[in-house]
Write a protein that binds this ligand. Structure first.
Ligand code: ZN
Length: 217
């Protein structure tokens, strides 16, 4: 028999399922909730239920949205010649906040990770292929579509990026548009010591280098 009332244990168990939350933090959060005003628990519970009721998955980019297609996919002002492939919805948030990209997105739903038992069939490679094909079909006169692969610079992210290239290669043969694929250059974080950067980061930084001077510029 547990020391705590079952209803309290239940909340701890549920909170423990959240990413990055261990048993101790789950218990701390639960005690916080127990002491918080009653209204607040009710409004938290209601917000969670409403969030699931009022959101949909965009069938074009697979982001969470109010409507399908989402705001970004239905915005005719965005660059239709660029499609950025990311792992998760939060990557879209980060890129949008940075304001450096005005094309559209595609959310893969994770990365290929044999260690965690995630194979290509669990990710949206088929949907990506269809999306790119349909965009290329809508393009005219060999107009280019650039697919920018923005998976994380981890081993899994790199493997997934190579897999995306394999999946997309050659699909523009029978379409009006032509395909170009690029990989986001991952630089060293500001303040990082070159010496301590891992090989992969350095490799990417090198490959993604930009020219700062050349004779005749
Ligand atoms: Zn969308």
């Amino acid at each position: 028999m547990g020391v705590l009332p079952r209803s309290v244990e239940k909340v701890i168990e549920e909170l423990e399922r959240l990413p990055g939350v261990g048993p101790k933090s789950a218990a701390r959060m639960t005690y916080f909730l127990l002491r918080a005003p009653r209204d607040w628990s009710a409004s938290l519970a209601e917000a969670l239920v409403k969030m699931r009721e009022l959101t949909v998955t965009c069938t074009e980019c697979f982001n969470v949205a109010d409507h399908d297609p989402c705001k970004i996919c239905s915005d005719s002002g965005r660059d239709r010649t660029r499609l950025c492939v990311v792992e998760e919805p939060l990557d879209v948030v980060a890129l949008e906040l940075s304001g450096v990209f005005d094309g559209r997105y595609f959310i893969l739903g994770g990365v290929v990770s044999p260690a965690e038992g995630i194979g290509p069939e669990q990710l949206r490679f088929d949907e990506l292929k269809e999306r790119v094909k349909s965009l290329l079909d809508k393009h005219v006169d060999k107009e280019e579509l650039e697919v920018i692969i923005a998976t994380n610079p981890s081993l899994e992210g790199e493997a997934t990026a190579s897999y995306i290239v394999e999946v997309l290669k050659g699909i523009d043969e029978k379409t009006a548009g032509t395909l170009k694929i690029s990989r986001l250059a991952m630089g060293l974080p500001t303040g990082a010591d070159l010496e301590y950067a891992d090989r992969l980061t350095l490799k990417r930084s090198l490959e993604g280098r930009t020219r700062v001077y050349a004779r005749g510029d």
